[in-house]
Design a protein around this ligand. Structure first.
Ligand code: ADP
Length: 274
């Protein structure tokens, strides 16, 4: 499903003395089946933009197209239901949203709420629990008896149980140890590849954006100031510094080696390796 933001502006508390524009004229096209990263300093508008991908927020001006659906200021709630089915959001610390007595019930909750039969919802839960790397026996446990990492996987299974075509990830590795971070990012990349899931990653991690994304967008003070391939975005340190962003560790490492052995030699080594 293609996604397109056209001249999207968003104001919190619009029309009140507290009105605050958090997005200004944002244009962004995300092709179906691609992996998009959105990066930017704190307060640049990433969370605000993220909530536009499934109509949690509606643009004050401009339009958001999700496939053939359009979200704009006057859109009614009923039109948003089908969009919410297609676009799954994994919020930061999604495990905080677990609430059912058992893991099975928690994963089944979303689809059953959208009219999927109990039998089908259970089938999805059983296949997803393995996909997210947990044993089937965990389905009968209380989500609150699990470890933090396991809870996160259950919450992710709950989002996937809706069978979304687009998945939006809001700092999905926050609070995990380095191994857990790698595993979760690997899981999403596998899903993206196997199911051609359009993936939108909002992240502070330049490494993850550089490693996984086909396209990277930089947000700065509510504007989408740059869109490009990771190699163009992350190869230009001056540009990153302008938006208060650090280059990924691998780029920093390359620069250190360049200082030690000379730029040309590093370039030659990299070319030969390719
Ligand atoms: P990021 O996710 O990049 O940190 P946000 O989208 O959270 O950025 O915030 C963008 C701007 O909108 C910031 O200036 C922030 O203070 C403001 N903002 C965020 N949420 C609200 C809100 N509920 N009410 C008013 N202003 C908000």
């Amino acid at each position: 499903m293609d996604i397109q933001l056209q001249q999207v502006s968003y104001a919190y508390s619009k029309g009140t003395p507290f009105e605050k524009y958090a997005l200004h004229d944002v244009n962004l096209s995300i092709k179906s089946g691609t992996y998009q990263a959105i990066i930017g300093h704190t307060g640049s508008g990433k969370s605000t933009i993220l909530q536009h991908f499934n109509g949690l927020l509606k643009p004050s001006e401009g339009t958001v197209r999700i496939g053939d659906r359009i979200i704009e200021a006057e859109k009614k709630a009923k039109d948003l239901k089908s969009i919410r089915q297609k676009v799954g959001i994994v919020f930061q610390f999604p495990e905080h949203q677990l609430f059912e007595e058992t893991v099975l019930k928690d994963i089944m909750f979303g689809p059953m709420n959208f009219g999927v039969s109990q039998q089908e919802a259970e089938k999805r839960a059983r296949s997803l629990i393995t996909l997210v790397g947990l044993p089937e026996s965990i389905l009968e446990k209380s989500p609150f008896d699990l470890s933090g990492g396991q809870m996160r996987r259950v919450a992710i299974a709950g989002v996937l149980a809706m069978e979304p075509e687009v998945i939006v990830l809001d700092e999905p590795t926050a609070g995990l140890d380095p191994r857990g971070q790698k595993e979760i990012m690997g899981l999403f990349y596998e899903l993206h590849q196997k199911k051609s899931l359009t993936t939108i990653l909002v992240t502070h991690s330049m490494e993850d954006a550089a490693r996984y994304a086909d396209q990277v967008a930089i947000m700065h003070e509510g504007s989408c100031v740059l869109i490009g391939e990771p190699r163009d975005i992350f190869g230009d340190e001056q540009l990153l510094a302008k938006y208060h962003l650090e280059p990924p560790r691998v780029v920093k490492f390359q620069r250190q080696v360049e200082k030690m052995i000379g730029k040309q030699l590093v370039k030659t080594c990299l070319t030969e390796e390719e």
